[in-house]
Design a binder for this molecule. Structure first.
Ligand SMILES: Nc1ncnc2c1ncn2[C@@H]1O[C@H](COP(=O)(O)OP(=O)(O)OP(=O)(O)O)[C@@H](O)[C@H]1O
Ligand SMILES: [Mg+2]
Length: 228
């Protein structure tokens, strides 16, 4: 629920879904249907007015703000439509940022470098972030989203700002990283066709979620369970 009194907007209503460990899941639906709201709730950026969100067996709705932040930093990775790299930093420094929030460890540099190699940016590691292309920046953003070894990677329109050839590459990259690392991916997208075969599709329509891509067999209940 957004807003107060007469201005209240019920963005999601009776959403019930579960995501299993290692699954590659898409959330689709028309503009304004509530996809980002749902993703932000799974990402603990928004709190639901009602209902529970269980991640890794933990009912996150009962956690206080400090615990939520710690949980978000250690268990979740984020990739957005715009890579949001800090342009004064190098590609490597950007990828290391989420690691520094939790206290840098000795292995951070190696982990970040390995990920940058895996996303095909080996030759760009020490370039400043404003000297690389949009597709390369999104690759770096994927590496940044993975550097804390999150249980779940959440992406909101990760290909929304890319041409279709680059989108294909980024999709394949996310799929191969998911397979290689066994990580759960939950991705909001308008580009359904670019993703091809996936483990699960969740469609949001008028704030209600249902599994599959056809017409709603309307989900009921309020529990959202994400196992990672
Ligand atoms: N901060 C907010 N305050 C009030 N209403 C909001 C807020 N954020 C979203 N909404 C409303 O909640 C509903 C769902 O929005 P949401 O952003 O989740 O849709 P979406 O499916 O991600 O759309 P898009 O595909 O355009 O990104 C919409 O009616 C939107 O206007
Ligand atoms: Mg959105």
């Amino acid at each position: 629920m957004y807003g107060e009194g007469d201005n209240q907007v019920k963005a999601l209503d009776e959403v019930s879904l579960s995501v299993n460990q290692g699954e590659f899941v898409l959330i689709v639906g028309s503009s304004g249907s509530g996809k980002s709201t749902l993703l932000n709730m799974i990402g603990l950026l928004d709190r639901p007015t009602n209902g529970t969100i269980k991640i890794d067996g933990v009912n996150t709705t009962t956690l206080n703000d400090d615990k939520i932040s710690a949980f978000r930093n250690t268990k979740l990775g984020f990739i957005f439509q715009f890579s949001n790299l800090l342009t004064d930093l190098t590609v490597l420094e950007n990828v290391l940022l989420p690691r520094q929030i939790g206290g840098t460890t000795k292995t951070a540099n190696k982990d970040a470098t390995d990920l940058l190699k895996a996303v095909g940016l080996e030759s760009q590691i020490n370039k400043r972030a404003n000297k690389i292309s949009g597709g390369q920046a999104q690759r770096a953003a994927i590496a940044r989203g993975l550097v804390n070894k999150p249980s779940i990677v959440l992406a909101d329109e990760p290909t929304g700002n890319l041409d279709s050839v680059t989108s294909e590459t980024i999709v394949q990259l996310m799929k191969s990283m998911a397979k290689r690392l066994g990580q759960t991916f939950v991705i909001v997208t308008h580009d359904r066709q670019h993703f091809g075969e996936v483990d699960k599709v969740i469609t949001i329509k008028d704030g209600k979620a249902f599994e599959g891509e056809d017409d709603p067999s309307t989900a009921s209940g309020k529990e959202m369970e994400v196992v990672a």
